[in-house]
Ligand binder design. Sequence first.
Ligand code: LMR
Length: 394
Amino acid sequence: MLSNLKPQPADKILQLMQFYREDPRETKIDLGVGVYKDATGHTPIMRAIKAAEKQLWDEETTKSYTALSGDPAFGAAMKAMVLGDSVDHARVGAIATPGGTGAVRQALELAKLVDPETTVWTSNPTWPNHVSIIKFMKLNHAEYAYFDEASCTVDFDAMMDSLKALKAGDVVLLHGCCHNPTGANLTLEQYGLVADLIAEKGATALVDIAYQGFGDGLEEDAAATRLLASKLPELLVASSCSKNFGIYRERTGCLMAISETAEQTPVTQGTLNYLNRQNYSFPPDHGARLVSMILTDEALKADWMAELEEVRLGMLGLRQQLADELKRLTNSDRFDFIARHRGMFSRIGASPEEVLKMREDFGIYMVGDSRMNIAGLNAETVPLLAAAIAKTCK
Ligand code: LMR
């Protein structure tokens, strides 16, 4: 059997991590995978996570199974953090999943269960793994216009134009905040117009919110998801705790499915539980438990929010420094969008050849589509990157 296997294409983002590790140059700069790093290049464990782990070590008396949905306290805490009071929580089914990717996968499994012929729409561009998973699951895939390469901003008219082709039952994958890979985001008003169109067409929105707290703030970054939840009869929300709690390897995510009525919720919840059982049975608990401990403890939550805010403001500062430096070097406002983009990423509009040249000449590792991870920078490396961009990008 195994001899019949064919080599699979490497994931471009993960492959870049490998290339970076193998580069012996001390001056190399890693702007690849979406992992937060502090000014020393370290991905720290957040203070509240350490404190919760200590408490858990003292208090946990069993490692027996939780529930197929995961610990119900986690689902409740995630509903509160992501949805706030935009919707009656009795209408929301929730399952813990292995990371945000697990939540996206389970959302697509749910859509496939309802209609294997459904078409899933993603922004052009989107996180490459969205498309990879959709294709792997043999779902139909369509793209809506999103990014204007020349200005590095959202082309909203083109987006709305392509979404006019939506059909009833289609699934539209939207980024809740901090668009990956571009960093260019819809305004709240634009999200509202997208919601109206989705409702008019009878399609279903699936929000992937993987960077809540990295853009304009924890509440602000949830505003679009909450608007969609309040406007649409049904909504799927895939949320990740990997980045905002810094627990990447714990695989902590949550899929929320909002039904039109609370009467529908038991069947929706039962289906979510069933999907967990089919795919991996009980979801991972450790990260989810830490998250619910933090979100339900006033002191831990305050400390976590303060540290998350430090992380967010640090990235905003680096964005501004880079935009200023590029303004000075190019004597133009061409790269001003870097300060306006939000989240961990910016796509800067360099060609694949220019990206490769920056890697070869300066040891700068960004994804081939010119997505860079802002958190891979610090105050000392910003000028080096700016010089490389100014020298390389036509
Ligand atoms: C990214 O986009 O870099 C992250 O979401 C990590 C990943 O798994 O690709």
